[in-house]
Design a protein around this ligand. Structure first.
Ligand code: CA
Length: 311
């Protein structure tokens, strides 16, 4: 035992020096300090750039209107660093609840659930549908207009709009064009590129409920990029059919961006169309593929057991 202690004590300073040198050394390939210890499992891996993950998760523009994004580091063990899973209708997944049906894509360490496939035929615009909020304002006179979004009921439910913009920017203002019964907006949030929802503003709508119409300019200071904004409307407590024509996002270079995709809590145009047939078939095929893979594993396992018995 004493011999072991002597050996260890004589080499301990050398070991300490080695660990310090390795943990501080820059990798010869990527020149990042600490890369070498991570490669040997001595330090946790840094998360990849969330904006790059988001960009990859769109699958070269195939998917749009991000409904949910959440972290699931351990799923890399099953799916690797990238997996396009297809359409799924899972309301719950791990700690996540109330998930909407959509197209699932995994880019380590995030799951993305997209609401739309851009290669599908676009349906005709419905008056007061969510799609009426897309693009620049096109209601020129205050008052109810089918070129604006309107919720299903006057005052029966809390309403919200989730709006997607083409490019992530640092916003300095959100411009809400309220063409009929304004005054209902009570909160505006933005989603960071890692999926976190951040409150930008909360309070009384700058446009009065007594006005015919107006543009509520919500000024904000953010130190992060976003391409998704959520607007909350206190429809229950502020009576009337609130209509919104368009929502601009002014960036830190004073350029205003307009909505490219949108979903809402409800719409006066009626229910959102049921899952289209192509998505239904895609989901059935994906489920069958998973079942076939599971059956293959079971058959292989049974074969092995049989071979053992025959020997
Ligand atoms: Ca409009």
């Amino acid at each position: 035992m004493n011999a072991i202690k002597r050996w260890c004590c004589s080499r301990a300073p050398l070991l300490v020096v080695a660990v310090v040198v390795i943990s501080g050394v820059s990798c010869l390939v990527c020149a990042r300090p600490g890369c070498l210890p991570r490669a040997y499992g001595l330090a946790p891996a840094a998360d990849p750039d969330p904006e790059k993950c988001w960009s990859r998760a769109q699958c070269e523009g195939k998917y749009a209107m991000l409904l949910h994004q959440f972290k699931a580091d351990k799923d890399a063990e099953e799916y690797g660093e990238f997996k396009e899973l297809g359409h799924r209708n899972k309301k719950k997944y791990g700690a996540q609840d109330n998930l909407s049906p959509g197209f699932w894509v995994y880019v380590q360490p995030y799951w993305y659930i997209w609401g739309e496939r851009t290669d599908r035929a676009k349906r005709a615009k419905r008056s007061w549908g969510t799609e009426q909020i897309i693009g620049e304002p096109d209601v020129t006179v205050g008052g109810s207009n089918g070129n604006a979004w309107c919720p299903r009921t006057t005052d029966a439910a809390e309403e919200w709009l989730l709006l997607e913009y083409e490019t992530p920017v640092k916003p300095v203002a959100v411009l809400i064009h309220e063409n009929s019964i304004p005054g209902g907006v009570v909160k505006v949030t933005a989603f960071k590129m890692d999926g976190a929802e951040v409150e930008l503003w909360k309070g009384e709508d700058p446009t009065s409920a007594n006005d015919v119409s107006g543009v509520s300019e919500i000024k904000t200071k953010t130190d992060f990029k976003t391409n998704r904004i959520k607007i909350y409307i206190d429809s229950k407590n502020i009576p009337g059919w609130h209509e919104i024509d368009a929502v601009g996002l002014r960036d830190d270079k004073e350029k205003t961006h307009w909505v490219v995709h949108a979903v809402a809590s409800s719409t006066y145009a009626g229910d959102e169309p049921a899952l289209d047939r192509a998505a239904e078939q895609e989901e059935r095929i994906s489920n069958l593929e998973e079942e076939v893979q599971t059956l293959r594993k079971i058959v292989q396992e049974l074969k092995k057991q049989l071979e053992k018995k025959e020997k």
